[in-house]
Design a protein around this ligand. Structure first.
Ligand SMILES: [Zn+2]
Length: 202
């Protein structure tokens, strides 16, 4: 990796290999394809949101979306972050409630059960971001990163004089950030610009 350390969880794999996305879900329910009974995008208990006033919890199918939302500055917890596996509906709902997070899911019954939720229908992160915008979410890449795309930790500018990992560019030419939780160092490289242009192209 040279010019392309990502401001996000690229160590998780590229676009189509994100764990949990689309192909696994709770128990025996499989909502990979949105069925005819899916009502479409539906926000419940939340009217508008910015990264400053709203924290999120994303269902197992939405790992890629979590990375994008973190790049937009949201505190976006992901269902599988805690244990690496599917926590199950009850645990997921309890966590959303306990941590006061809006649940994002493609599962109709989960969305109905949560206190605050957004039911999504789209299959790709960009479609899903568009859906979030349609229900009042502010979605825009942060000018400076606030959250680690890998782990959702807060990031800080790498202090002057701190060791720079071999994979990172020269800190005198490029601002480097470091995740306070997982230690990953990143910068706004080609991946960042790619995401930025995809967001702008929607
Ligand atoms: Zn991190």
């Amino acid at each position: 990796m040279t010019d392309d350390a990502r401001p996000s969880g690229t160590d998780r794999g590229d676009d189509d290999t994100d764990r949990g996305d689309d192909d696994t879900h709770h128990s025996n329910t499989d909502h990979d394809e949105v069925g005819a009974d899916h009502p479409g995008t539906l926000a419940s208990g939340v009217e508008a949101a910015t990264s400053k006033d709203t924290t999120l919890l994303l269902d197992v199918m939405l790992g890629k979306l979590a990375t994008y939302l973190r790049m937009c500055g949201y505190d976006a917890a992901y269902a599988m972050d805690e244990t690496g596996g599917d926590p199950g509906d009850d645990r997921l709902l309890a966590r959303a409630r306990d941590e006061n997070r809006v649940l994002l899911t493609r599962d109709v019954s989960l969305a109905e059960t949560a206190d605050r939720s957004v039911l999504l229908a789209g299959r790709t992160p960009l479609d899903q971001l568009h859906e979030l915008e349609s229900v009042g979410f502010h979605v825009e890449l942060d000018e400076r990163p606030a959250r680690c795309g890998s782990c959702n930790g807060e990031v800080e500018l790498l202090p002057d004089g701190d060791p720079v990992p071999e994979y990172a560019p020269d800190p005198t030419e490029t601002d480097l950030w470091r995740c306070r939780d997982c230690g990953q160092v990143f910068w706004r490289g080609s991946h960042w610009r790619d995401v930025e242009s995809r967001l702008n192209d929607r």
